[in-house]
Design a protein around this ligand. Structure first.
Ligand SMILES: Nc1ncnc2c1ncn2[C@@H]1O[C@H](COP(=O)(O)OP(=O)(O)OP(=O)(O)O)[C@@H](O)[C@H]1O
Ligand SMILES: [Mg+2]
Length: 240
């Protein structure tokens, strides 16, 4: 289980979930997406979250991003209790500490790639990566596409551009939801190189949802969800 993180002091903790329950209500229909999740992630740790479709992975990531609140339980990011924070406070924390790349790409369609990166850079409140949009796009292999709009790019290129945007804000915590899902293995490997570099070189805490065991092996730890519960939590060979 999470004995690893429990032995460390609270200040080592980037993320802490205590008995988190999430119920979606849609009229009369209730869906219990998370059924009591306890999770502690250390600063600078790289965790993969796996589990079947509908097991609660995106729900978990949305809670970590402060994009949603738990129905019950506690969510702490960087020492701030997100479950009790109002929207303004959560928004501030999102701008400062958390960067999220969604399952579907989050680029602004009518802006060029360079403008998309600039936009994120200007919205970041916690000091940016210091790199120019040119450098960031070069790092994801898209420098010659800086003037293109997202719809002129392939799916893999769009996903890389979305990652470049998030890295522009230099978040303490990078949350990534199935970002290699629709990519061929070469594009997926290129994207994972970027994530690993952010983790290694900037000490970024990374929580990455994936269905792909090969992608998950980049992480130091794999947490498995089934039906809204953590059913497995173990270190990978990468952690050694
Ligand atoms: N906004 C919502 N309203 C109602 N039910 C929802 C909502 N979002 C998710 N759910 C339900 O909650 C459960 C968990 O969904 P979630 O999106 O977290 O799964 P997931 O593990 O990310 O799946 P996938 O691998 O398909 O992306 C599912 O049963 C889903 O139908
Ligand atoms: Mg999902």
């Amino acid at each position: 289980m999470t004995g690893l993180a429990q032995s460390s002091s609270d200040t080592d903790e980037a993320i802490r979930l205590r008995d988190v329950i999430k119920v979606y209500r849609d009229g009369d229909v209730e869906t219990i997406a998370l059924r009591g999740v306890d999770l502690s992630i250390k600063r600078g740790e790289f965790v993969a979250v796996m589990g079947r479709s509908g097991s609660g992975k995106t729900t978990l990531l949305n809670l970590l991003a402060g994009a949603d609140r738990p129905t019950a339980g506690q969510v702490m990011i960087d020492g701030t209790a997100l479950d009790r924070a109002d929207e303004g406070r959560r928004q501030k924390l999102r701008g400062r500490s958390v960067g999220i790349v969604f399952q579907t790409q989050n680029l602004v369609p009518f802006l060029t790639l360079a403008e998309n990166v600039q936009l994120v850079d200007s919205l970041a409140t916690g000091g940016t990566s210091g790199a120019t949009e040119d450098e960031l796009l070069a790092r994801v292999g898209l420098r010659d596409r800086a003037g293109h709009r997202p719809d002129a790019l392939s799916g893999g290129e769009q996903q890389r551009a979305a990652l470049a945007c998030v890295l522009a804000a230099n978040p303490a915590v990078l949350l990534a939801d199935e970002i290699t899902g629709e990519l061929d293995s070469v594009s997926a490997a290129a994207l994972m190189d970027l994530v690993r570099a952010a983790h290694r070189e900037r000490g970024m805490t990374v929580v990455l949802v994936t269905h792909d065991p090969a992608v998950a092996q980049s992480a130091q730890r794999i947490v498995r969800l089934a039906d809204g519960r953590i059913v497995d939590d173990r270190l990978t060979d990468t952690a050694a």
